[in-house]
Design a protein around this ligand. Structure first.
Ligand code: GLP
Length: 223
């Protein structure tokens, strides 16, 4: 698969924000699947600055930690701070994975499915919180976070012991039903896993490799 290499983080952020802008302007009723983490922060800033009309947009976050949703590092707090509170999106239109998981899945299918899914990639090849070994057929569920992910995400929490050990994630099967998928990665430390995932064997040991089986994926990387 082609990995489009951009010159820096600003270009990565503006390129992906432009794709989201086009989606929203062409289809006011767009359904977006949205990521968290460091990588999309620039994209969210760019999107906010565009002052788009989000009043008909529906969002589905890819994953949440199993933790107090009011904690400053919850993904609900992250989304409010970085996007939702800075646009005119309706809180009722912003969905996070919830129980019963079939209810969350029904919300997605009942809204006619995800038009555009933006993904980051974990250093072990996870997408959303689908850790290595996740079934390619998986749906929304509770998962145990891998040691690597807990270590990687400890930078947000101060210590490894404060990182939640479980999460709810959209499944790989759920993600693959998105009509269009954009994967973004930033930094040297992501390059190797990105190459393995996009051009190596398609295997459940590397969850992001499933994207090789999707017909409408674009991959963007910067150093
Ligand atoms: C987190 C999130 C993923 C995200 C990934 C990369 O664990 N659950 O959805 O894509 O890790 O995060 P970052 O962009 O901070 O490297």
């Amino acid at each position: 698969m082609e990995i489009k290499v951009l010159k820096d983080y600003n270009e990565l952020s503006s390129t992906v924000a432009d794709i989201v802008e086009t989606q929203i302007k062409e289809h006011l009723l767009s359904k977006l699947a949205l990521p968290t983490g460091d990588t999309p922060l620039g994209m969210y800033d760019e999107l906010v600055n565009k002052k788009l009309d989000w009043s008909h947009v529906i969002t589905f976050n890819l994953d949440v930690y199993l933790m107090n949703i009011n904690h400053p590092e919850s993904y609900q707090s992250y989304m409010r701070k970085n996007l939702f509170d800075r646009t005119n999106i309706y809180p009722d239109h912003c969905h996070f994975p919830f129980r019963p998981f079939s209810g969350f899945e029904d919300k997605i299918s009942g809204s006619m499915g995800i038009d555009l899914c933006i993904l980051g990639i974990g250093s072990n090849g996870h997408i959303a919180f689908n850790e290595p070994g996740s079934s390619f057929l998986s749906r929304t569920r509770v998962v145990n976070l891998s040691e690597q992910t807990i270590k990687d995400n400890s930078r947000f929490f101060g210590t490894v012991d404060d990182v939640p050990t479980q999460a709810i994630t959209m499944g790989l099967g759920t993600i693959m039903e998105s009509k269009k998928i954009i994967l973004i990665a930033s930094g040297d430390h992501k390059l190797n896993i990105l190459n393995v995932a996009m051009n190596g064997e398609v295997t459940e040991d590397v969850p992001a490799s499933i994207l090789q089986n999707h017909e409408n994926v674009e991959v963007y990387y910067c150093d």
